[in-house]
Design a protein. Structure first.
Length: 214
């Protein structure tokens, strides 16, 4: 009679305490990550959005605005939904585009053209446009230059350079094909007609003033 064969011995898998501890730590970290994500998703802020194009200086109406709820970075300044009534009736300090958040700095209670001022549109060719962006409120100097064959504007010779102080109200985008940018500049009512004459004669150049307005 053949001897009985003992069944194969199955040894218990050895569990290492270090591996178990690492597994528990990863599970805990994953759970913490999910918790942070849930907190971030839940921590939303109701803010005001722009739903229609609003030009610079235009009065903002309730129909121009909407509301949404987003997870807002603390560094982003946006008008809260509960403050929407405070911006309705004010003017756009910059051009507002649909789909963007409304920031407090983008609205103003003041008219961009003050009493006693006139608005002079100036067309600038690509070579005359400064690399620095033209923004509303920026101080500029309108300079009269001599142009060969230009119509006499009644100004003195180049020996006495003529300048007019102004402030940018709006700058358009570059026109297709020509690249010309139209800049609306507010000047005093007494200087407005003179600046317009310089523009008509092609004898005007726009110079950006220093940051302190000098």
């Amino acid at each position: 009679m053949a001897p009985a064969v003992a069944p194969p011995r199955v040894s218990a898998r050895r569990r290492r305490p270090g591996v178990i501890a690492l597994s528990l730590a990863l599970i805990a970290a994953g759970g913490a990550g999910v918790a942070v994500l849930l907190i971030q998703v839940g921590n939303r802020t109701d803010v005001v959005t722009v739903v229609r194009d609003v030009q610079v200086g235009q009065v903002i109406t309730e129909n121009d605005l909407g509301k949404t709820s987003i997870a807002l970075d603390p560094a982003v300044k946006a008008v809260r939904s509960q403050d929407m009534d405070s911006v309705v009736g004010k003017r756009a300090a910059v051009e507002l585009k649909p789909g963007s958040l409304l920031a407090p700095s983008q609205v103003t209670k003041d008219s961009l053209v003050q009493a006693g001022e006139q608005l002079v549109p100036i067309g600038l060719e690509p070579k005359q446009i400064p690399a620095t962006a033209l923004v509303p409120g920026q101080k500029v100097q309108l300079v009269h230059v001599f142009v060969q064959g230009a119509t006499d504007t009644g100004e003195a010779s180049d020996a006495t350079l003529q300048t007019i102080g102004g402030r940018i109200v709006k700058a358009s985008g570059a026109a297709p094909g020509t690249g010309i940018v139209v800049v609306d500049v507010a000047t005093s009512a007494t200087d407005g007609p003179r600046a317009a004459a310089w523009v008509a004669a092609g004898a005007l150049r726009l110079v950006l003033a220093a940051p302190d307005g000098s």
